[in-house]
Write a protein that binds this ligand. Sequence first.
Ligand code: SF4
Ligand code: SF4
Length: 418
Amino acid sequence: MRLELLRTEHVNMLACIRCGQCLTSCPTYLLTMNEAEGPRGRIALARGLAEGTIALTPDLIAHEQSCLVCDGCTAVCPAGVHMDPIQVALRAAIEPELPRSQVVRLARRVGFSLLADLGRLRLAVRLLALAQALRLPALAGRLGILRLLGLDAAVDFLPERIDTHFLIPRGEKTGQGTPVSLFAGCVMSTALAEIDRATIRVLERAGCAVELTAGQGCCGALHAHGGDLPTAKELFKCNIAAFERDGGGPIVVNSAGCGAMLRDYGHHLRDDPVWVERASAISRRVVDVSAFLAGRDVPIERPLNAAVTYQDACHLAHAQRVTQQPRQLLRAIPGLQLREMRESTLCCGSAGVYNLTNPRESHQLQQRKLDNALATGAGVIATANPGCLLQLQAGLRARGSDVQVKHVVELLDEASAP
Ligand code: SF4
Ligand code: SF4
């Protein structure tokens, strides 16, 4: 076990005063009412491990790995404990000790290497789109092949129609006005590329010159939260070097999870004298698209007669503290009726690949979120993160519901189209 890595977050852990204020903000604590499934318990376990007073047991591993890294606790902690970097360090520290089967190890290696190389990811997404068009996943599901490969759950979370018209940033500049750079993302620029294109259109209409910075890639969040910190750091450095070469304006991000990780680059590279300043400079430029647009004039051209409920993505609401701006943008659309749901900031259970690694808890949270969303009677659920979008779409499909899930910028794009 790489204890020295875990100990880099020791001061963060020591800040916990065990007040318990975070408990009712923690999704897994709400599901179980178990101290070890809450932030305070997880911090105590990680601290015991770092201090060498407790051993790495299967129980400890299970309690730590059931954390969604949603930062719900971080957002309410009066002592300033930050759970995300504790989990990043812990997961990287214990990864070599985890009893994973060869199949799981291989699946992780393939998944992480695809995300780390967008060329390979684009090829994989094209193959997936072809398989979807030929209805192969449904056939493989009926034949039991997916279950055999452990992929039966993964197929449920595919977009209804996978986009193969990818957005490939090559340094192009579009539009006129305030210079900004778009962080295109891995999933966003491939399977959900239409959301990236909608983001560019809205930014242009809001008076921005958008640069599609060449050389950028995946933000590294899935690797960092999945225990592969070395690959995550390579991706951090690749993105830092890429954005250092562009116009230097705000880096606008339409994926809450990517935005939160980009803003943490400085923290994760704090012990690297070559990169720490450069990382912090890039982190300071990062801004979520809704926070950026809320301060600008988005020309609205048409009403959208729809009842919409907004679900807060954890990494926007908790990690970046952006809650009012998306609502403000939605309320500014004539005809759009914004209906608040209960527990809108409680995680939907997506959390990167949590819906694959912890399907039971993920399903419980997904159903709870859908119950709250559908109780509003809204026909559209708006969100700001690709994981939430796919998680909610999968749940609605399974319920046979015709309620739609859209990114906030998709609604703004519709309303601002000339
Ligand atoms: S709110 Fe913060 S200080 Fe209080 S128990 Fe939770 S993590 Fe510890
Ligand atoms: S990050 Fe989320 S799931 Fe993990 S302890 Fe904090 S509130 Fe609970």
